[in-house]
Design a binder for this molecule. Sequence first.
Ligand code: COA
Length: 222
Amino acid sequence: MEKMPYRPELDTAMQTIQQPQATVVSTDWRTGLPLMSGKRVTLRDLRISDAASLFAMLTTEEVARFISPPPSTVEGFERFIAWTVRQRASGTYACYAVTLHGFDTAIGIFQVRETEPGFTTAEWGFAIGSPFWGTGVFEESANLVLEFVFDTIGVHRLEARAAVVNGRGNGALIKIGAVNEGVLRKSFLRNGKYLDQVLYSVVEDDWRARREQAAPAHALVH
Ligand SMILES: CC(C)(COP(=O)(O)OP(=O)(O)OC[C@H]1O[C@@H](n2cnc3c(N)ncnc32)[C@H](O)[C@@H]1OP(=O)(O)O)[C@@H](O)C(=O)NCCC(=O)NCCS
């Protein structure tokens, strides 16, 4: 989630928090993200009511230390979620909540933003609560998000940046097929220190070839 665009200090639009309308099932992701289900996870639109669980899951030191600082309060997460809804409606950004089957609690997020007008190139970032690390939740969720990114949005090239010192972040990206394209030196300011980042990409053709080889373990629910 390095360098994802939300900046709480610039977000003055949300003086009153409004609950987004009930989940919209639509083929246009800008009006409501398609619900996606795997063997264990369901990915859905964020709701304002996710703020408390996301605050608990994503503000721990181990989760937050190599990513852009998450909001520091539950109210800050409420403003962030409201911002994600506005950005999605503008067609430049999407943010999925990760939940487990049978539980509505958001345990993590996947963000995708366009890096040039038209959303043909994009960047993604993700964070999952540490109790769920190493459980397969990341990989299953990531594969669903990749399907959304390439099949629904129409992205051609998807980038990610991971701080070199972020072992799990790098390992996670490599295992889902992202390609290391090199190091961006001193590119990420965190806790007063500039960190080197690895630039990763997944390009559409590679992703389609990889998907052909893998048995489809998921399905889109409309
Ligand atoms: C990034 C994140 C979502 C990945 O989820 P996860 O459940 O930890 O990921 P997984 O366990 O499925 O995969 C991580 C891989 O990295 C490997 N790994 C762990 N520590 C590592 C290290 N120090 N160096 C290299 N690889 C490492 C793991 O062994 C695993 O690979 P394996 O399953 O083949 O053994 C999660 O760790 C997270 O939320 N981290 C904090 C937020 C963050 O850093 N996000 C930005 C990522 S760029």
